[in-house]
Design a protein around this ligand. Structure first.
Ligand code: NAD
Ligand code: TYD
Length: 347
C-alpha cells in the first residue's frame, strides 16, 4: 500500500514519517517535500535507506507534477502536513501561506479525487490542521470540534481555508477525509523560529529572549511524538469525515514557560541559578496576537483511547537534551538565511 506523506522533512512530518516507516513494513511511505527553509533531510537520516521509504522533492503547488505523482504511485492514503507554519512569517508575507496552504491543499485534493473517484472505498485523505483556526479564547473555556472558526492571523486564515476545502471535497465529491486540529507542539527537530527552540538556542548562545508583549499569552503544549501517535491512530481508526482535536491538557503562560526553560537550561549547562532569566527582554507585541489556546481533547480520548503519554517535565527534559546534543543540527539551521530572518524579525 502506497502512502503519501507531505511535508515529511519538517518538524512534525519527520516524526510521522519515521513512525509510519518503522511501524508498517507493509506500507511504502512516500515523503513529498519541497525542502523550504523548514524542511531538512537530516531529520530523517536514520530511516533514509529503509526499504519501504522514498523521498520525493517536489512542490504541492505544482499541479501537473502532483497529478502525475498520484497517477504513477496510486496512493491509497494521504497524510497532509506540508505547510507554511509560522505565524510571524505569515504577518510579513501572507501570500506564500495562501499558495502552499490553500492552493497546495486543493491541488492534492483534486489529484486524490481524480484517481479515487471510481471507487472511494479504502482511501483516506487526512489533513493535519491547527487549533489556531478557532481564533483566541478568553481566560476560560476550551476549543472543541464544534467551536466556530474565527482565525486571526494570515497563517490561521490559510489553515482555516484549507480545512474548509477538505470538507467541501468531502461534501461535494464524496472524498473520504479526516481532519485533526492540534495545539502547539514542541520536541526534537523543531525549527528555531518557534518559541521553545528559539529560546533554547538563544540561551545556549546567551542572546536576549524576546518575549512578545507582557508575556501573558497562553498556549497548550504537546510533545511531538504524542502528536505523531495521535496522527497514526486517527489515520487508521478515525471515522470518515470526522474532526479530532488533539491537545496536551497542558496550558502555560509564555512568561512562566520561558522562566522554566531558563531554570532547566541553567541546571543542564551548569550555569548559576537565575543567569538565563536575565536574558528575558520584553519586545513589541505580535500584531493580532491570540490571547489563549486550549484544547478539549476528550473526543479523541473517548473514541480512540488517545491521551498524551509524555508529561511536560519529561518532554521538556528530552527536548533540551536533544538540542544540547545536536549542536551541528542547530548550527546548520541557524546559519545563513536564518540570520537574515532573525535580523528582520527581532532587530
Ligand atoms: P514545518 O514548518 O516544520 O514543516 C513544514 C514542511 O512542509 C517543511 O518540511 C517544508 O519544506 C514543507 N513544505 C512547505 N511548503 C511546501 C510545498 N509547497 N510543497 C511541499 N512541501 C512543502 O511545520 P510543522 O510544525 O511540522 O507543521 C506541520 C503541519 O502541522 C502543518 O500543516 C501545521 O499547520 C500543522 N500544525 C503544526 C503545529 C505546531 O505546533 N508546529 C500545531 C498544529 C498543527
Ligand atoms: P509560536 O511558537 O510562534 O507559536 P504560535 O504563535 O503558533 O502559538 O509562539 C508561541 C507563543 O510565544 C505565542 O504566544 C507567541 C510567543 N512568542 C514570543 O513571545 N516570542 C517569540 O520570539 C516567539 C517566536 C513567540
Amino acid at each position: 500500500m502506497n502512502i503519501l506523506v507531505t511535508g515529511g522533512a519538517g518538524f512534525i512530518g519527520s516524526h510521522v514519517v519515521r513512525r509510519l516507516v518503522n511501524s508498517y513494513p507493509n506500507y511504502h511511505v512516500f515523503n513529498l517535500d519541497t525542502l523550504t527553509y523548514a524542511g531538512n533531510l537530516e531529520n530523517l537520516k536514520d530511516i533514509e535507506s529503509s526499504r519501504n521509504y522514498t523521498f520525493i522533492k517536489g512542490n504541492i503547488c505544482d499541479t501537473d507534477f502532483i497529478n502525475a505523482l498520484f497517477i504513477k504511485y496510486q496512493f491509497q492514503g494521504v497524510v497532509h502536513l506540508a505547510a507554511e507554519s509560522h505565524v510571524d512569517r505569515s504577518i510579513t508575507g501572507p501570500l506564500a501561506f495562501v499558495k502552499t496552504n490553500v492552493l497546495g491543499t486543493v491541488n492534492l485534493l483534486s489529484a486524490a479525487k481524480s484517481i479515487w473517484e471510481k471507487d472511494f472505498r479504502g482511501k483516506r485523505f487526512y489533513h493535519i490542521s491547527t487549533d489556531e483556526v478557532y481564533g483566541s479564547l478568553g481566560n476560560t473555556g476550551l476549543f472543541s470540534e464544534t467551536t466556530a472558526y474565527n482565525p486571526s492571523s494570515p497563517y490561521s486564515a490559510s489553515k482555516a481555508s484549507s480545512d474548509h476545502f477538505v470538507r467541501a471535497y468531502g461534501e461535494t465529491y464524496g472524498l473520504p477525509y479526516l481532519i485533526s486540529n492540534c495545539s502547539n507542539n514542541y520536541g526534537p527537530n523543531q525549527f528555531p523560529e518557534k518559541l521553545i527552540p528559539l529560546f533554547l538556542n538563544n540561551i545556549i548562545i546567551k542572546q536576549p529572549l524576546p518575549v512578545y508583549g507582557d508575556g501573558n499569552y497562553t498556549r497548550d503544549w504537546l510533545y511531538v511524538l504524542d502528536h505523531a501517535r495521535a496522527i497514526d491512530l486517527i489515520f487508521h481508526n478515525g471515522k470518515n469525515t470526522e474532526t479530532y482535536n488533539i491537545g496536551g491538557f497542558n496550558e502555560w503562560k509564555n512568561i512562566d514557560l520561558v522562566k522554566l526553560l531558563c531554570k532547566q537550561m541553567d541546571q543542564k549547562l551548569g550555569r548559576p541559578a537565575g543567569e538565563s532569566e536575565k536574558l528575558i527582554t520584553y519586545v513589541k507585541d505580535r500584531p493580532g496576537h491570540d490571547l489563549r489556546y486550549a484544547i478539549d481533547a476528550s473526543k479523541i480520548k473517548k473514541e480512540l483511547g488517545w491521551e498524551p503519554s509524555v508529561t511536560f517535565e519529561e518532554g521538556l527534559a528530552k527536548t533540551i537534551d536533544w538540542y544540547l546534543t545536536n549542536g551541528p543540527w542547530l548550527n546548520s539551521v541557524t546559519s545563513g538565511k536564518y540570520q537574515e530572518y532573525y535580523e528582520k524579525q527581532y532587530k
